[in-house]
Design a protein around this ligand. Structure first.
Ligand SMILES: Cc1cc2nc3c(=O)[nH]c(=O)nc-3n(C[C@H](O)[C@H](O)[C@H](O)COP(=O)(O)OP(=O)(O)OC[C@H]3O[C@@H](n4cnc5c(N)ncnc54)[C@H](O)[C@@H]3O)c2cc1C
Length: 346
């Protein structure tokens, strides 16, 4: 079924920007897309999920199409694993919850990330050492270029850090569903110290064999609740900037320059490159808690910009974003790039 919805987007973006679009349509079945008269829709046409990675910079002049395909199915595979198939409109954390409750491994580290399954596979969401691509088997989509439905194996989705073929070919694919591979045998991903510490606070003695997916999920939820704003209370789109990746020589030079001021700079080695936490850079520029109008750098996690007053305007967020980029560039010579997608009337 395809239906028209009210065009007020205030409750359709977790940042809480009070904006509108020319038309908002929702479809509930993949087959609806075969009969949709694309040519009559106000352009451009943009697919949205839960709006949790979007910053509306103003009213959107075109059509927003929400993929509201629901349905979850678990199937046993001959190799002892399980296949989870889900509609693009299923809230992703709902899947994490169902999977952990069944004692299955695979999604527990991705718990409590807002948004829907379609958005998750487009974004290649990641947290605590796991990315969606690690468990994804395939994506079902409507290919607007070929005017037909396609199945894309995970290997054909061009995944990178918060990146995918869907992002690099904007407007081409409408994701309608996805399938994930889950395991019964214990396979906890405990590479992040924060998870191990949270598990220990919850009574874990340190043997991975004694863990359950539910215990890891609860630890992850605990950490996220401590650090991140609750989208139900404070508007945001999660991490606003990507963590910059520097060539090894640039990082070494930065470390030498800054050693006297900051000692060891936190970093993550990627071989020839080094990833530096953008939160650390923003914090060291003294921007934690900084406000521009209703927008603020979240005090407990400076990588997140929030709608602190509830009525922040897009201009407030954009002014704060510019100030952060410029301050970090001047102080460290590093250019931050937003992870949050900007959409509006430009
Ligand atoms: C408090 C908070 C914490 C967060 N933490 C994390 C985190 O730990 N890790 C992380 O990776 N992200 C995080 N995010 C960001 C966000 O939740 C994810 O990027 C999420 O997957 C976005 O899903 P969505 O359904 O809201 O997509 P939207 O924001 O609506 O859309 C995101 C992109 O996907 C496209 N898209 C959405 N659905 C479809 C579809 N069906 N077909 C084709 N294209 C589609 C949109 O066009 C857009 O380009 C966080 C956000 C918040 C608010």
């Amino acid at each position: 079924m395809i239906r028209n919805l009210p065009t007020d987007l205030s409750r359709r973006n977790t940042f809480g920007m009070k904006v509108r679009c020319a038309r908002l349509l929702e479809f509930t079945e993949a087959a609806d897309l075969d009969v949709l008269d694309w040519g009559v829709l106000p352009a451009p046409v943009k697919v949205i999920g839960g709006g949790s990675n979007l910053l509306f910079t103003g009213d959107f002049p075109g059509t927003l199409l929400h993929a509201a395909v629901r349905g979850v199915r678990f199937t046993d595979a001959p190799d002892g694993t399980l296949l989870l198939e889900a509609g693009a409109g299923e809230p992703f954390d709902g899947l994490c919850d169902q999977v952990a409750r069944r004692g299955l491994w695979g999604l527990e580290n991705l718990s409590l990330i807002p948004g829907e399954t379609g958005g998750a596979v487009v974004q290649n969401i990641g947290a605590y050492g796991v990315e969606v691509k690690d468990v994804l088997v395939r994506v079902e989509a409507y290919d607007r270029q070929a005017a037909g439905h396609v199945t894309l194996a995970a290997a054909d989705c061009g995944y990178g850090y918060r990146d995918s073929r869907f992002k690099r070919e904007p407007g081409r694919f409408v994701v309608t569903g996805a399938a994930f591979r889950l395991r019964r045998d214990p396979s906890p991903q405990l590479g992040y110290r924060g998870i191990r510490e949270a598990l220990q606070r919850n009574g874990w003695a340190g043997d991975p064999a004694t863990l359950t997916p539910q215990a890891v999920r609860e630890a992850v939820i605990g950490i996220r609740r401590e650090k991140l704003p609750d989208p139900a209370e404070t508007g945001s789109a999660g991490s606003f900037f990507k963590n910059p990746v520097l060539p090894r020589e640039d990082f070494d030079a930065l470390q030498e320059r800054e050693r006297a001021a900051f000692g060891e700079i936190p970093h993550f080695d990627l071989g020839g490159h080094v990833k530096v936490p953008a939160a650390w850079l923003i914090d060291r520029c003294g921007l934690k808690g900084r406000r521009r109008g209703g927008a603020q750098v979240f005090p407990t996690q400076p990588l997140v910009l929030v709608n602190a007053t509830g009525d922040a305007a897009p201009e407030d967020v954009l002014a704060l974003e510019d100030e952060i980029i410029e301050t970090v560039r001047q102080r460290f010579g590093i250019c931050l790039h937003p992870e949050v997608e900007h959409i509006g009337n430009e």
